[in-house]
Ligand binder design. Structure first.
Ligand SMILES: NC(=O)c1ccc[n+]([C@@H]2O[C@H](COP(=O)([O-])OP(=O)(O)OC[C@H]3O[C@@H](n4cnc5c(N)ncnc54)[C@H](OP(=O)(O)O)[C@@H]3O)[C@@H](O)[C@H]2O)c1
Length: 298
């Protein structure tokens, strides 16, 4: 599996495994460990978490599995996120969901993530959503402290516009390493709003969340022209299913997009890996773009 270099001493696997839905998969700790090991065998060494996934439970489920074979930690890269505070048992009395990128919250949430994951370092910490009340100086202070303590190796953002990303970058003594965005043949806006371009300009690889539109690609009626086109192109390039074509469409982009696979089913994870061998022509790429937008290029 191809690797994408983020810094001199940190690389991610081209395909990343996402753990947002881990709690829904109803796996025993041994089955969770088995899934992690199968990913590693396929060359998927990078795992995407967030403190809030599964109502603050997914990091712990992963950590519980990892504890069965702690030596695997050195073979993987762990990404997690901070900056959202959800209501519920975890925050009794909190009236609504809100964002919190204060230094205090970032430090607290990283300590909790480390404990839940059962690790003493996080490879990449992302600010999950742009916080309108973000004080970039305060975030920078938190990041510098986390880096100096060895708790976090590198930092990035998620769902940030180019201006929001640049604002935070302007206060940091080191480079952000990625922006994790919703990117797929269904969700095209970040290809057009400068988000992908800014990362490309800075030679910063991007992560694509919901690369299959969260499963909508397979069922939404209005996506049937896109589905048909993915099937047609799939036949031309030897793909087994449309998911492979959707991943291949993202992989063709020169900005070095790393799709995050959201399924816990090994055969679907294998499809993502197979997609790295597929090659779309420029014409096929534009055919898929056209089927998604419903119109030709101008
Ligand atoms: N930064 C952010 O704000 C953000 C937001 C959302 C997600 N994420 C990250 O991105 C990761 C991936 O997101 P995602 O889970 O939405 O990814 P996705 O791959 O677009 O969607 C996964 C969903 O599609 C279904 N699916 C996959 N292949 C299928 C097939 N061949 N036929 C029918 N259904 C199929 C899966 O069902 P099965 O489970 O049954 O396979 C699952 O429900 C998450 O785990 C998380 O790490 C980040």
């Amino acid at each position: 599996m191809e690797r994408i270099q983020l810094t001199e001493d940190l690389s991610f696997s081209r395909i990343i495994h996402g753990l947002w839905r881990l709690g829904e998969w109803e796996l025993t700790p041994a089955e969770r460990l088995d899934l992690i090991e199968q990913c590693l065998e396929l060359g998927i060494t990078t795992f995407d978490h967030a403190d809030i996934y599964g109502g603050y439970t997914c990091e712990g489920l992963f950590g519980e599995a990892l504890a069965l074979k702690p030596e695997l930690r050195e073979r993987m890269q762990i990404i997690t996120k901070t900056g959202i505070k959800l209501t519920g048992d975890f925050h009794p009395g909190q009236k609504l969901n809100y964002y919190d990128t204060s230094k205090e919250h970032i430090l607290e949430s990283v300590d909790r993530s480390l404990k839940e994951l059962g690790t003493d370092y996080i490879d990449t910490l992302l600010i999950h959503r742009p916080d309108p009340l973000m004080d970039p100086n305060e975030v920078a202070e938190a990041f510098v402290e986390l880096k100096e303590s060895g708790k976090v190796r590198t930092f990035g953002v998620s769902n940030h516009t180019p201006a929001q990303q640049s604002l935070l970058q302007s206060r940091l003594p080191f480079m952000l390493v990625t922006n994790q965005l919703e990117l797929s043949p269904v969700e095209l806006k970040h290809f057009e709003d400068g988000s992908v371009d800014l990362c490309h300009e800075n030679e910063m690889p991007l992560m694509a969340w919901s690369p299959l539109a969260g499963g909508a690609l397979f069922k939404d009626a209005e996506l049937s022209p896109l589905r048909d086109k993915l099937e047609e192109v799939g036949k031309e390039i030897g793909a087994r299913d449309i998911d492979e074509v959707a991943y291949a469409w993202l992989l063709k982009h020169p900005a070095r997009i790393m799709p995050i696979v959201g399924s816990g089913k090994i055969e679907r994870i294998e499809s993502a890996v197979r997609s790295t061998k597929l090659e779309l022509s420029r014409e096929q790429w534009f055919e898929i773009l056209k089927a998604s937008r419903g119109r030709d290029v101008d």
